[in-house]
Design a binder for this molecule. Sequence first.
Ligand SMILES: Nc1ncnc2c1ncn2[C@@H]1O[C@H](COP(=O)(O)OP(=O)(O)O)[C@@H](O)[C@H]1O
Ligand SMILES: [Mg+2]
Length: 318
Amino acid sequence: MSETLLELADVHLAFPSRRNWIGKVTEQVHALNGLDLTVRRGETLGIVGESGCGKSTLAKLLMGMLKPGVGQIDRSRLPGNRVGGSMQMVFQDPLSSLDPRLPVWRIITEPVAIASRTSERSRRALAEKLAQQVGVRPEYLDRAPHAFSGGQRQRIAIARALSSEPDIIVLDEPTSALDISVQAQILNLLVTLQRQQNLTYILISHNVSVVRHISDRVAVMYLGQIVEMGDTHQVLETPAHPYTRLLMDSVPRIDVPLGEAPQNTELPGNRQLPTGCYFRDRCPWAESACATPQPLRTLSGNQSARCWKAEKVIVSAS
Ligand SMILES: Nc1ncnc2c1ncn2[C@@H]1O[C@H](COP(=O)(O)OP(=O)(O)O)[C@@H](O)[C@H]1O
Ligand SMILES: [Mg+2]
């Protein structure tokens, strides 16, 4: 097993959503509710779950843009142990994440300029090298982001993320804003770059098909928790948690992306957290024992699930 780069232990994070007249918080959105996660060098860790389950909050937390309310993030094994240099992020919408006023060669090398004093000439040369790696023509590097197509802009965002030679790249819905044909090109590019540069990816998507294609391991999120985790083929071929099964059932056989959230898996409010298993209200297999909170339990191999009935569910699924 390859070395652990990053570890999260029992991370909780809530946003204040309502205050009274003296400014006291009277209501919170519970975005992350006890998250344990390990990221290993060289892997693609897929994180899948429907809209609102806390994926982007997790991404921002990993990047140091948000602090956990409770729990720990251990970055001590990251070389350099620094956010910004050793971790970079690619967002869903490249147009809003790239500075519209700058020529793209400056955008691509921004992380390098922030991290160290580098001459304009060497930044330019680096931008040309990276442009070549991601499939952007070097002669277009003086243009601004709006002059490029969506797919090209996402290539630019990837080049930017690569520029500081990060150990981990967090990709938050990197293909969700793109046409289907372009989505595949970007995913293939990510796979190629990973092979060439021994990158570690955390790939976040609401779309099981996207995660299935390039992830080594998958974590399934529901209401700010990981409800199932394991090797991609295990989790997606023999899902153990009832939520994963519902998620898989709502994925069309041909790999068409999931547009809207599937109807029978709608999220309950994260303002008032459920007691016991968070999923029991909509679980077809729920029993009285599900009123107790469920820990993530190891089943077989690397697969684990937050459900006491998980083994029985696997059997009945096959
Ligand atoms: N800055 C914020 N302030 C208040 N609530 C937020 C904030 N960011 C996210 N949330 C809420 O936290 C929950 C998780 O959001 P998010 O992490 O964006 O989910 P996802 O990326 O899975 O769609 C949602 O209910 C969302 O409305
Ligand atoms: Mg999101």
